[in-house]
Design a protein around this ligand. Structure first.
Ligand SMILES: [Zn+2]
Length: 341
C-alpha cells in the first residue's frame, strides 16, 4: 500500500500529513474569498498562496513590505507558497526563479514551490519538452540559491509517466529538495486514468513528501491520499459554496435545493450544528465553511484509518460505490497499486 501518515517539520511548526492546503486568495476582495477557518478547525494549520499574484497585487503591496504573510493573513500555521507559474502566458516576461524564491522568502512562507512553466495539453510536443526542461532548470537554480530553513519543493510536470520519473530522478541527483510538487494536472482532471498514472509515477520515484497541485475535492482527495500523496490544495469548497453546492458527508456535492424538504442537515460539523437548514442554504459563507469541514473530516478519518491499522480499501470500496465514474477511477488506482506490490 502507498498511503501513509507523516509528521513534517516546518519553520511554523509541525505538519501532519496527509493534509489539505486551502487556497487563500490573499488581497482579492471577491465573493469567493476563503473564509476564516484556522481558529475553528485546529488541525487545518495550512494555507496555499500564490507568491507572484500577491507580489504584483498593488492593493496589498504596502502591507507585504512591512509584514510577513502570516501577519497579513492573521494566521500562524504552515504557508505553502506556489510560484504562480500557471498564471504566466507566452507573452509575459517570466521572472527569474531566484526572484520568485526571494519573494517567497520575503513573505516568510514555510514551503516554497519552485518556479515552473507548465506544458499545456494542446501544445506541440517540442514546446512541451522545452517547458518541462525549463522548469527543471528553474528548480536546480532555486536549489542553488536557497539558504534558509523553509522547505523547498521542486515543481515537476509531464504528460507521461516516464517524463515524471526522469524529472524526479534527475532532480534528486542534481539538487537539494525537501519534496516534490506535481503540477499541470488540472486540464486532465476528468481523465482519471492519466492522472493516476502520473501521480503513481511521481509517488514511486521518491519517498520525499509529494504535493499535487489543483486537484483537491471531496472525492479526489481520497484518491490522492490512497495513492500516497502527502498534500494537496483545494479551492473546490469555495467554488462549490459560491454555487450553493453542499458537500454531503459520505456522498458528494449536491445543490441544496435538491433536498429542500428536510429540516436538519445530514452533518454534525459546528456550522450545521449551530445553524438551521434555511440559514445554511441562504449563506454562501456558511456552505463554504461547512464544505471545508466536510473535507477536513474525510482527511481526519483517513489519517485515523492509517493510524489504527484499519483496511482503507474496505472503506474506499464503500465510499466510491455511489458514482460510476469515480468508482471506476478508484478501481483503476486499486488495480495499478496492486500490480506494484
Ligand atoms: Zn456541516
Amino acid at each position: 500500500m502507498l498511503h501513509r501518515t507523516r509528521e513534517l517539520q516546518t519553520p511554523s511548526g509541525k505538519l501532519n500529513t496527509p493534509t489539505l492546503f486551502p487556497v487563500r486568495n490573499v488581497g482579492k476582495r471577491s465573493s469567493d474569498n476563503t473564509p476564516e477557518y484556522h481558529k475553528a478547525i485546529p488541525d487545518l494549520n495550512t494555507a496555499m498562496i500564490n507568491s507572484h499574484s500577491i507580489y504584483t497585487n498593488e492593493s496589498i503591496k504596502s502591507d507585504i513590505e512591512s509584514k510577513t504573510i502570516h501577519q497579513v493573513m492573521d494566521f500562524e500555521g504552515v504557508v505553502f507558497a506556489d510560484s504562480g507559474g500557471f498564471d504566466f502566458r507566452d507573452k509575459d516576461e517570466l521572472p527569474d526563479p531566484e526572484k520568485i524564491l526571494e519573494t517567497q522568502q520575503k513573505l516568510n512562507a514555510d514551503i516554497y514551490a519552485t518556479l515552473d512553466l507548465p506544458p499545456l495539453p494542446d501544445m506541440r510536443s517540442s514546446k512541451k519538452r522545452r517547458r518541462i526542461n525549463k522548469s527543471i532548470k528553474f528548480a536546480e537554480r532555486a536549489s542553488e540559491a536557497k539558504e534558509d530553513d523553509a522547505l523547498l519543493y521542486a515543481t515537476i510536470h509531464g504528460h507521461d509517466a516516464r517524463t515524471i520519473r526522469n524529472s524526479i530522478q534527475y532532480l534528486e541527483k542534481n539538487g537539494e529538495f525537501d519534496g516534490f510538487a506535481l503540477g499541470g494536472l488540472v486540464p486532465f482532471r476528468s481523465n482519471y486514468s492519466k492522472v493516476i498514472d502520473l501521480v503513481l509515477a511521481a509517488r514511486q520515484s521518491t519517498d520525499k513528501p509529494l504535493h499535487v497541485f489543483g486537484l483537491g475535492g471531496l472525492l479526489y482527495q481520497l484518491l490522492l491520499m490512497y495513492m500516497g500523496v502527502d498534500s494537496f490544495d483545494s479551492s473546490a469548497f469555495i467554488r462549490c459554496g459560491s454555487h450553493r453546492r453542499y458537500f454531503v458527508p459520505g456522498f458528494g456535492d449536491h445543490t441544496m435545493s435538491e433536498f429542500d424538504s428536510i429540516e436538519h442537515l445530514p452533518c454534525s460539523c459546528p456550522v450545521c450544528s449551530e445553524h438551521t437548514f434555511s440559514e445554511v442554504k441562504a449563506s454562501r459563507d456558511l456552505i463554504t465553511k461547512h464544505n471545508l469541514w466536510a473535507m477536513v473530516l474525510e482527511v481526519r478519518k483517513f489519517r485515523w484509518m492509517v493510524e489504527a491499522g484499519e483496511d482503507v480499501e474496505n472503506y474506499l470500496d464503500l465510499r466510491f460505490e455511489g458514482n460510476e465514474v469515480t468508482k471506476r477511477a478508484y478501481q483503476t488506482a486499486k488495480q495499478k497499486i496492486r500490480r506494484l506490490n
